[in-house]
Design a protein. Structure first.
Length: 53
């Protein structure tokens, strides 16, 4: 189970994607919390969803 601080941090990050069309798909049904580590990030083209980025 996520702590209150972890939940607040996640909600803050999720606010940044509110304007994207895929926001509901990404964050709509959050049932589980797991720790992940990203080692690399790359820009991708998702047509209309990322057109303004």
């Amino acid at each position: 189970m996520a702590t209150e601080q972890e939940t607040k941090r996640l909600n803050c990050r999720m606010r940044m994607t509110k304007g994207l069309k895929g926001n509901t798909y990404l964050w709509g049904k959050m049932e589980y919390v797991i720790d992940i580590k990203f080692t690399k990030a790359e820009k991708i083209n998702l047509r209309k969803m990322t057109a303004s980025l």
